[in-house]
Design a protein. Structure first.
Length: 358
């Protein structure tokens, strides 16, 4: 009896163990199946997403444009027109079309043998044009004619400062009349030139009246001047007039000295400032210059007047409305070489001038 009971107990235990193992195996199979299903779903979703992205990257064809029977009006807002560059008065007159034998870049030229006043080269020399800072030769002549004290101190005031915005002679700068002359002639300082005129007896108006009287006195026939600096295009003269002016200015030793001074150092606001001669031929020594003056405004182009020794003879050279920053100086060198190369015929005499001996 006891043996049967034990047998039954063992049998029940085996049955229970078998059931537990079957359930465990089923659970494992279910979990494995679930993982496979999840992996399959993830793969499908991934493929679906890739497919969707691929669809998004495909551009839909553009709709064909419709042909409209009417033209719509354009915007009424006007675009700003580009500002045309200013041309010189000589260019506006077409003087650049006149080609000369030396192929000079200056549209107006006159060359004078100063010993006998023979004009040996002429290119548009009798046409009045703006002369820019060549004006300062006249400014200096009128100041010196007035015999004003050269050691008198002048101050750059608000009126002087307003005449030209870019200058190292700031408002309040103190300088003597002689120093103002030097800076005006050597480095073409506009504020220095204006303060010379402003400090003339009677002021600017009286000064400019004296300037225009001086032009007639020395024989400039086509000249008119409205300010002492040359910043206005209303200061005009012909190249022939300027050859006469160079000859007259040469009679002033101080003007000769100041125009060929290479540089000057001045203390301004407790700081030394170096001013250079505006003529590179003076600074480099490429020519033996006796007197000179440069000038530039847009209406005048690049200008240069000078007297220089060539073959030990003084020649007056005037170059107006030159095209290019350095071309007036290159023209002077070309003329020098031309004079040195051979004899040249006289075209005519320069009128109303004193003959200067070497």
């Amino acid at each position: 009896m006891q043996k049967k009971s034990r047998f039954k107990l063992v049998l029940v235990t085996l049955i229970l163990l078998a059931g537990y193992s079957t359930g465990l195996l089923a659970k494992t199979n279910d979990e494995s199946s679930n993982k496979k299903n999840k992996s399959s779903r993830s793969s499908k979703e991934s493929k679906s997403t890739t497919a969707d992205k691929s669809k998004k990257n495909i551009k839909s064809p553009k709709n064909p444009r419709e042909v409209r029977p009417t033209v719509l009006p354009r915007s009424t807002v006007k675009k700003a027109e580009p500002i045309a560059p200013r041309v010189s008065a000589g260019t506006a007159l077409g003087l650049g079309k006149n080609i000369d034998e030396l192929n000079l870049k200056s549209n107006v030229v006159i060359i004078v043998d100063q010993q006998n006043q023979d004009i040996i080269f002429d290119k548009n020399s009798q046409i009045p044009l703006p002369v820019a800072s060549i004006t300062k030769l006249l400014t200096a002549m009128v100041v010196l004619d007035a015999k004003l004290p050269l050691d008198e101190t002048l101050e750059i005031n608000e009126q002087d400062a307003a005449i030209y915005k870019n200058s190292r002679l700031v408002k309040g700068t103190i300088l003597t009349r002689q120093e103002a002359l030097l800076l005006a002639l050597m480095s073409s300082e506009n504020r220095a030139a204006y303060t010379l005129g402003r400090n003339y007896p009677g002021g600017i108006k009286a000064f400019m009246a004296a300037v225009n009287r001086k032009t007639k006195e020395i024989g400039m026939k086509n000249a008119a001047f409205e300010d002492p600096t040359g910043l206005t295009s209303k200061n005009v003269a012909s190249a022939e007039d300027l050859a006469i002016l160079v000859n007259a200015a040469y009679q002033y030793p101080l003007i000769r000295q100041f125009t060929i001074t290479p540089n000057h150092i001045k203390e301004i606001n407790q700081r030394e400032q170096q001013f250079l001669n505006s003529n590179r031929l003076v600074r480099s020594g490429d020519m033996e210059v006796l007197i000179q003056k440069t000038g530039y405004i847009a209406e005048a182009g690049r200008c240069l007047v000078m007297m220089a020794l060539v073959n030990n003879r003084p020649y007056t050279m005037v170059f107006l409305d030159s095209v290019g920053l350095q071309s007036r100086f290159a023209d002077a060198i070309r003329v020098k070489e031309w004079i040195e190369s051979s004899e040249h015929a006289t075209l005519r005499k320069l009128p109303n001038t004193k003959i200067i001996a070497n």
